[in-house]
Design a protein around this ligand. Structure first.
Ligand SMILES: *Cc1c(COP(=O)(O)O)cnc(C)c1O
Length: 408
């Protein structure tokens, strides 16, 4: 219904705002960071949205994330490149835990990760504002989503990954039409190349939180979650935190939903989950700091959360603290154990970043931080099939009689 339709969408954007100083910035112009060097947030006329949108009207719409269009920045539906951003299911863990945990399975989105949400929105806005080339530093999934959506609307894309990014991410990105480079460094080194190339190459920088609209796409996770739960907030949300777009976006979504009267004042505790090999936010949280320092020698099997420095660190930490949540790191062994346990006992193949949220949840249940009856949401942010898995398959020689007793 949305893709390629030339129809004006209801638009309630009033202005953009610096997340640090509150400075107002003109909405219909291309922006990266604010003059103060901080992420920019989109602000809406929420009274206007409140008058225009009811829960009942929403319930009648197609089950994809464009259903929240009154809370989105796009004006002309012709700029949207949809690849089928269906609502993602909440899957209860029945056997791998005694607690009440629901996995929000984002691996089913186009390009196999929740990066599709942010980039579908950011690319649509880039198209609307006349961009013809984009560039992005990525640990893999953001590059794949950029490539797919950019190709679909005829924008050129340039993708820079650390050289040890899962090969499948680079391959899918290339097949979806981007130029991909393997950089001998981490994501922040890739980010520097993208920033340095802006003037020379004329590309628009789509780095995490360095343009205003990826957050607006990621925000739909919070809108969707609230709607799926009958506008009841869960008790606690475990979020695998790299740049933190999703956590910041959901926090913004809840604030907007309260202003619309769709939810009350109750909020879930927001838990920022990182890996022990790269835990800048956890370190800052524990030290009571507002900003995080660059993490040295970052390493973890959960590539998507190997982010040594996050420009939105203060926004992540603020949401975590205001919600009464916390930040916690889990080690790679716990991550891989959680992945195996959920696959074996609940039949759900999750990605290592998703498994990190599960590992943090299992730990919290055990030490009593979370009660068994509390409703917890675990974000499985990517499709498990994208990641290396342990070798499997035992040899069976058909030239020999089969020893059935060895098979049981
Ligand atoms: C990007 C990514 C993350 C981190 O998400 P942020 O919102 O940037 O913190 C986690 N897991 C996967 C699989 C990712 O691709």
């Amino acid at each position: 219904m949305i893709d390629g339709a030339t129809a004006d969408l209801p638009n309630f954007v009033t202005h953009l705002e610096c997340s640090k100083t509150g400075e107002r910035i003109e909405a219909r112009t291309l922006q990266n960071l604010s003059p103060a060097g901080a992420p920019i947030l989109v602000r809406y006329d929420l009274d206007g949205v409140r008058a225009a949108l009811t829960k009942e009207a929403l319930a009648e719409r197609a089950p994809n994330f464009w259903r929240y269009r009154e809370l989105a920045p796009i004006r002309d539906a012709a700029n949207i490149a949809s690849l089928g951003e269906e609502m993602t299911p909440l899957i209860r863990l029945n056997r791998s835990t005694e607690g009440h945990a629901l996995v929000k399975d984002e691996g089913r989105l186009p390009t196999g990760s929740f990066k599709a949400r942010g980039l579908a929105m950011a690319i649509a806005m880039a198209k609307e504002l006349g961009v013809t080339k984009v560039a992005i530093p990525t640990n893999g999934n953001a590059g794949a989503a950029t490539a797919a959506y950019a190709s679909r609307v005829g924008i050129e894309s340039y993708v820079f990954c650390p050289s040890d990014t899962p090969p499948i991410n680079m391959q899918e990105t290339a097949l979806q039409g981007a130029r991909v480079w393997k950089v001998d460094g981490l994501i922040n080194d890739c980010g520097k190349i993208v920033a340095d190339g802006e003037a020379e190459m004329g590309w628009f920088n789509l780095s995490t939180l360095k343009e205003p609209y990826r957050i607006e796409g990621k925000k739909t996770m919070g809108l969707e979650l609230a709607e799926q739960l009958g506008w009841e907030m869960p008790d606690i949300i475990f979020y695998p935190t790299g740049g933190g777009t999703g956590l910041i976006g959901m926090w913004k979504a809840f604030e907007e939903l309260e202003a619309l009267g769709f939810i009350g004042a109750k909020r879930p505790r927001m838990v920022a989950v990182q890996a022990t090999g790269c835990a800048p936010i956890v370190k800052a949280y524990e030290a009571g700091e507002e900003h995080a320092e660059l993490w040295q020698d970052a390493h973890t099997v959960a590539a998507g959360i190997r982010v040594p420095v996050a420009i939105g660190d203060f926004l992540i930490l603020r949401a975590v603290r205001e919600s009464g949540g916390y930040a916690v790191a889990v080690d790679d062994e716990a991550i891989l154990d959680a992945r195996a346990r959920i696959g074996r006992e609940d039949g759900l193949l999750i990605c290592p970043e998703g498994a990190a949220t599960a590992a943090a949840y299992f730990q919290a249940l055990e030490d009593g931080t979370v009660g068994k009856d509390e409703r917890a949401i675990l974000f499985n942010c990517g499709n498990g099939l994208k990641y290396p898995m342990p070798d499997a398959g035992e040899p069976l020689d058909i030239a020999q009689p089969i020893d059935w007793s060895a098979l049981g």
